[in-house]
Ligand binder design. Structure first.
Ligand code: NDP
Length: 410
């Protein structure tokens, strides 16, 4: 049977903010995804999402309970469902166990964030790339980081390299969330993952070397189309690890994210009192991890959707040469939190992550993106992914700027 006529079985793992969007978007593309199952640790979260999808789209999803830290439980579920693809939108801690279950069952794998060990706030591709041989032996494809950043930002870089440059010399990845949820402090995706990322040291790559900075030590003001000027802070972000390997002639790559003053003041204060700690402490005879306790207190990111207004703008600002001339371009995508909520009952950060996850999986099932081994997004043909972004709710723009023009406000 050709892939065009086969009815696929799709397994989505993780029923948080991103899982909700992936489930909605797969249901909107049910002709590709076939039988869709949403599985997570807490079954009722899956059931709530499935019931919302039934009401809004009249598509029926199956639900299941699974502990994705447990490879044999995963193998059993994947076999039962005869899954053709596993979309991992649980947490980065589960990447390796889900990848191992995919190797054992010979099923394609996709995720949106690179592996992180629960006990050390360090994320890197090393252990996922190390599974390349096993993916090749099993003749399956693993697509790593198919969210927005990483994900679409990698595809933007590949698209810029393919169509606009002979060599890209510098890239600034610019991530602006100008959304307002009305709380003094909340995180737009999993609080633990978010706070670990932003409280870590900053890092960027220049002339072949990584340069480390203190957390939030480098601030620039960028003018974001459709939003305006925003304070933007240099962070380490995972897509840079693969982009430095795959973008020709690159001399420097940095990542900036916007933060408001209230967010930063709260974060500093929480850090100063030890609430961002990831090591166990004893409290009245009970062992607790401060960061996990904080995540319990903070609003569930999935609940922010209804109350969030404003826009996101994520893109890449790239400089390089084409036919001997210097060239500057800015590729970006703007999403409106309220519009995202109207469509899939999630705010823009979950939306901009979940849509690319669905697109990556769609291209894999349709065999438009194929191969055996593990891949980062920029290694694959960007054009078909860029087309799908326009069709599936994430339209983008390219601004061709003067060689010396910038959107940084000095
Ligand atoms: P949430 O915390 O909202 O959801 C995570 C889900 O995973 C929950 O349903 C949780 O279940 C489930 N889960 C956790 N542990 C397990 C387990 N052992 N077995 C089964 N299910 C489990 O996170 P988000 O939806 O905000 O984020 C999902 C992923 O997306 C994360 O990896 C995040 O890093 C990534 N992300 C990527 C972005 C990008 O642009 N690339 C941007 C934003 C997020 P339970 O409710 O029972 O705890």
């Amino acid at each position: 049977m050709s892939n065009q006529s086969k009815k696929f079985n799709t397994l989505i793992i993780g029923a948080g903010g991103v899982g909700n969007v992936v489930a909605f978007k797969c249901a909107m593309n049910v002709q590709t995804f076939g039988n869709i199952t949403l599985a997570s640790r807490t079954l009722n979260k899956c059931d709530t999402i499935a019931s919302n999808i039934k009401n809004k789209l009249d598509v029926t999803l199956n639900t299941a309970k699974v502990d994705a830290d447990n490879v044999s439980e995963l193998v059993k579920l994947i076999k039962e469902l005869k899954a053709d693809i596993v979309i991992n939108v649980a947490l980065p801690y589960q990447d390796l166990t889900i990848m191992d279950a995919c190797i054992k069952t010979g099923v394609n794998y996709l995720d949106t964030a690179n592996y992180e060990h629960p006990d050390s706030a360090k994320f890197e591709y090393k252990e996922q790339w190390a599974r390349d041989d096993e993916f090749k032996k099993a003749n399956i494809m693993g697509l790593l980081g198919s969210g927005f950043d990483p994900g679409v930002t990698n595809v933007f870089c590949a698209y810029a390299q393919k169509h606009y440059f002979d060599e890209i010399h510098t890239i600034d990845i610019l991530d602006c969330n100008a959304g307002d949820h009305g709380y003094a402090f909340a995180t737009n995706f999993n609080p633990e993952i978010n706070l670990r990322e932003v409280s870590a040291k900053g890092r960027y790559w220049e002339n072949g070397k990584w340069i480390e900075t203190e957390p939030m030590a480098i601030k620039q003001v960028w003018d974001y189309p459709e939003i305006g000027a925003k304070d933007s802070y240099l962070l380490y972000h995972e897509e840079m690890e693969s982009l430095v390997k795959h973008i020709k002639g690159l001399k420097r790559i940095r990542f900036f994210m916007t933060f408001g003053e209230s967010y930063l003041t709260h974060m500093k204060c929480l850090e100063n009192v030890g609430m961002l700690g990831i090591k166990e402490v004893e409290h009245k005879g009970q062992k607790i991890v401060p960061m996990e306790f904080l995540a319990t207190l903070l609003p569930d990111p999935a609940s922010l959707g209804e109350r969030t207004t404003g826009k996101t703008n994520i893109g890449i600002f790239a400089k390089g040469i084409k036919d001997g001339e210097e060239k500057t371009i800015y590729i970006y995508q703007v999403s409106d939190h309220q519009k995202c909520y109207e469509e899939v009952m999630s705010q823009g950060v979950s939306y901009t992550t979940g849509v690319p996850a669905m697109i990556g999986a769609k291209l894999m099932l349709e065999q438009k993106w194929e191969g055996s081994g593990v891949f980062n997004m920029e290694q694959l043909n960007p054009d078909i992914f860029m087309e799908e972004l326009n069709k599936q709710g994430l339209p983008w723009r390219v601004l061709e700027l003067g060689a010396d023009e910038t959107r940084e406000i000095k």
